[in-house]
Design a binder for this molecule. Structure first.
Ligand SMILES: *[C@@H]1O[C@H](CO)[C@@H](O)[C@H](O)[C@H]1NC(C)=O
Ligand SMILES: *[C@@H]1O[C@H](CO)[C@@H](O)[C@H](O)[C@H]1NC(C)=O
Ligand SMILES: *[C@@H]1O[C@H](CO)[C@@H](O)[C@H](O)[C@H]1NC(C)=O
Ligand SMILES: *[C@@H]1O[C@H](CO)[C@@H](O)[C@H](O)[C@H]1NC(C)=O
Ligand SMILES: *[C@@H]1O[C@H](CO)[C@@H](O)[C@H](O)[C@H]1NC(C)=O
Ligand SMILES: *[C@@H]1O[C@H](CO)[C@@H](O)[C@H](O)[C@H]1NC(C)=O
Ligand SMILES: *[C@@H]1O[C@H](CO)[C@@H](O)[C@H](O)[C@H]1NC(C)=O
Ligand SMILES: *[C@@H]1O[C@H](CO)[C@@H](O)[C@H](O)[C@H]1NC(C)=O
Ligand SMILES: *[C@@H]1O[C@H](CO)[C@@H](O)[C@H](O)[C@H]1NC(C)=O
Ligand SMILES: *[C@@H]1O[C@H](CO)[C@@H](O)[C@H](O)[C@H]1NC(C)=O
Ligand SMILES: CC(=O)N[C@H]1CO[C@H](CO)[C@@H](O)[C@@H]1O
Length: 612
């Protein structure tokens, strides 16, 4: 397993270097309080659809300002969301803290709301506007009684003073203040933070309530007040980050610990990968998938992190510059694809799946293991996935020349693909599909074969992408308003009309794709439909009239290859016959393409599906 070992090594380098980047200070991500609303959403699927964009919106706001609110959708499943970094965090730590929120809040799904207090930031979502709320029934105080002051009376006085000071100071200081009060025996430190959506008056009333609540923690050495509109904490130990922008000795000790801490993490990870290599050797076993399911909730991420398929959300986020639009490669059927660059310069593609619900995650992980078992030169290689973050990500090999549609439908690029390359591509896709249908251990119907799902490598060899995913998504998608799985124009009639799905549906899509490659026209293009004739119908009539050469893309057509082209058109038409039984299997298609010319039993008799 040279590949697996290679990947392991690269990955470790990646982790080490990025830890150095993030270990400048402390993003304060331990949980101080976490609460999920008890109401279940009217529609979990709609909620999921709104939740991810809401978190995306928040993410960009928080990354800029350390605070943000957003509203996505409307009605009972709308997502109102707010995030606030405490102002002792610099923006990098803030963005890390928020990432943690993003990865924890979805655990409330499918409840209508949830809120989480970390030591450095706060996040909440609900299906109603709560941005002006200061107090509610879920306000709480958290006292740390593991140690009490030996001088309760004096201690309480000091706590009173420092808590009072930071709450008044915060009103004057845009909602944030830190402070400390000492006597000769001890010091008490405090921090107060209002959400920036509150005006001064509301901030004041929230902090007043928080202060009187937290003071009652005394003589505990530490106390926190977790309110709907603000946060207040005191402690006998200094706990906030030194004022942002000054990197100064007080922060250094913490930094040192984080680096040591992450070195330990790396060692663990290394051994985790080692286990992955020695134990798994590429393919998963049934028992593994069961245990994934069994442990989900408590220990899922631990199990996954031992798998060599695991990528950390944070690392992928960094490698794609926080999913920057400049790194966007395209919009696939199941999510947006971004280009990522490892520190060593290697490139990869990350698919950010749009549907990410708790129920679905374990199924997704099984699917990833399963897809990983499929190896074929004409299938996009899956490198791994990330399930530890707020969104599920799939990591693929990156192919330089993008997708087939960007060549065959673009006049300026169409010339790049001469007939030999096109024939190669058609053959490669046929072989990849034939492998999925017959040769792999598990039978996989792709369901969404189309030009944009065929990627080209630097030698223009085709790679099919998105295979296997439909198995995970089909179920979820029927509950979403995204329509049927598949793309109009490529979908076989029996699948569109009756939802009847067999391998022959892929054969049909392959036939359409083949005819597109030959004609340079898209089965879904407006020009074609304006011409008033369906793409297939037009080809069919040229075929009947023996004038097929008229519709062949001129950018590569040469007389010397006319017969080969006619043969391929014939195969394409065979594949698109309306009756599934008349279509050849992919294995047969591969054979026919190789046979090149002997057309005796190769006559399409059934017209294609003419009316989508
Ligand atoms: C929980 O959600 C319900 C319905 O959206 C809402 O009425 C209620 O106020 C929420 N509870 C809290 C504590 O936010
Ligand atoms: C949030 O994102 C949605 C689309 O994802 C957009 O339409 C909306 O304007 C954004 N809202 C804010 C406040 O950024
Ligand atoms: C929030 O969701 C609950 C449960 O579906 C619903 O009863 C309530 O009306 C919703 N709140 C709003 C403001 O739509
Ligand atoms: C919040 O309060 C401010 C004034 O204090 C007001 O202008 C704003 O409309 C309120 N927002 C909501 C969502 O109630
Ligand atoms: C409580 O305080 C002790 C020592 O002061 C500390 O070790 C422990 O982590 C604290 N617990 C929490 C939950 O903050
Ligand atoms: C600290 O005080 C609280 C109540 O005041 C008590 O419940 C707790 O046991 C005390 N903790 C210790 C370690 O003495
Ligand atoms: C805290 O407030 C008291 C009055 O309540 C004031 O005398 C004292 O100077 C303040 N201390 C600090 C450090 O601001
Ligand atoms: C400090 O503690 C000692 C005994 O532990 C006590 O005698 C003294 O009064 C304390 N000082 C203050 C300022 O509280
Ligand atoms: C370090 O921080 C202290 C306060 O914590 C400040 O007085 C000092 O000027 C800072 N030094 C540098 C070099 O920034
Ligand atoms: C940092 O460590 C040094 C010793 O290495 C110690 O003297 C100093 O008090 C520490 N600073 C903080 C803020 O803990
Ligand atoms: C159009 C295009 O991007 N073609 C590129 C495909 O990949 C080869 C090898 O990397 C490049 O030389 C082509 O320019």
């Amino acid at each position: 397993m040279g590949i697996a070992e290679n990947k392991g090594v690269t990955f470790v380098v990646f982790v080490v270097s990025s830890f150095w980047v993030i270990s400048l200070a402390d993003p304060q991500t331990s949980i101080a309080g976490f609460y999920c609303n008890t109401t279940t959403a009217a529609s979990g699927a709609v909620l999921a659809n709104y939740f991810v964009p809401a978190m995306d919106n928040l993410s960009s706001l928080v990354n800029q300002n350390g605070f943000g609110t957003t509203v996505v959708g409307e009605g009972p499943n709308a997502v109102y969301a707010l995030a606030q970094c405490f102002k002792d965090l610099n923006l990098i730590d803030c963005s890390l803290c928020f990432s943690e929120i993003r990865s924890i809040l979805p655990k409330c799904y499918p409840k209508t709301g949830g809120r989480i207090f970390l030591e450095g930031c706060f996040g909440r979502y609900e299906n109603f506007s709560f941005f002006n709320d200061t107090m509610d029934s879920e306000d709480s105080k958290v006292c740390n009684y593991s140690k009490n002051s030996s001088l309760p009376g004096k201690f309480m006085e000091i706590v009173n003073e420092v808590v009072g000071n930071v709450s008044t100071e915060a009103i004057r200081n845009r909602g944030f203040a830190v402070g400390s009060v000492s006597n000769s025996n001890f010091s008490v430190y405090a921090l107060a933070q209002c959400w920036e959506s509150l005006d001064n008056q509301k901030c004041n009333s929230c902090l007043q309530a928080a202060a009187s609540s937290v003071i009652s923690c005394s003589p505990a050495v530490e106390g926190r007040s977790l309110n709907a509109g603000c946060y207040l904490r005191y402690s006998t130990g200094m706990f906030w980050n030194s004022v942002p922008t000054t990197s100064n000795s007080s922060g250094n000790n913490k930094t040192l610990w984080i680096i040591i801490g992450s070195s330990v993490g790396v060692v663990l990870l290394l051994s985790g990968i080692g286990i992955g290599i020695w134990k798994a050797k590429g393919c998963f076993r049934k028992s593994d998938s069961k245990s994934l399911k069994a442990v989900y909730g408590a220990g899922l991420s631990a199990t996954i992190s031992q798998s060599k398929l695991n990528f950390r959300y944070q690392e992928l986020r960094k490698a794609t510059k926080n999913f920057d639009t400049s790194n966007k490669l395209g919009q696939g059927s199941y999510g947006t694809v971004y280009k990522g660059v490892l520190p060593d310069g290697r490139e990869f593609a990350v698919k950010r799946l749009f549907l990410n619900t708790r129920q679905w995650v374990d199924q997704f992980l099984n699917e990833v293991e399963l897809i990983n078992c499929l190896r074929h030169k004409n299938l996009v290689k899956l490198l791994g996935c990330s399930a530890d973050g707020p969104e599920s990500l799939l990591v693929y090999e990156y192919y330089f020349n993008k997708s087939l549609d960007q060549f065959i439908f673009d006049h300026s690029r169409a010339k790049v693909l001469d007939w030999e390359k096109r024939l190669d591509i058609i053959q490669g896709v046929a072989e990849g599909l034939s492998y999925l249908h017959e040769e792999s251990e598990i039978r996989i119907i792709h369901r969404d074969i189309k030009a944009s799902n065929v990627l080209l490598d630097d030698k223009f060899k085709p790679k099919i992408t998105d295979f296997g995913l439909a198995r995970s998504f089909a179920e979820g998608l029927t509950h979403l308003n995204t329509g049927a799985v598949g793309t109009i124009g490529y979908m076989a009639p029996e699948y569109v009309v009756h939802g009847h799905l067999t391998e022959k549906a892929d054969v049909y899509s392959f036939g359409v794709l083949t005819l597109e490659v030959v004609t340079g026209q898209s089965c879904t293009s407006e020009v074609v439909s304006q011409a008033g004739k369906c793409f297939l119908a037009r080809i069919w009539s040229h075929y009947k009239d023996n004038t097929v050469e008229k519709i062949i893309d001129r950018s590569f057509y040469e007389d010397r290859v006319k017969d080969e082209i006619l043969h391929v058109v014939c195969v394409g038409l065979l594949c698109t016959q309306a009756t599934p039984g008349y279509r050849p299997t992919m294995v047969k298609v591969v054979e026919l393409l190789r046979s090149n010319g002997d057309q005796e039993d190769l006559l399409p008799t059934d017209p294609p599906f003419l009316d989508v």
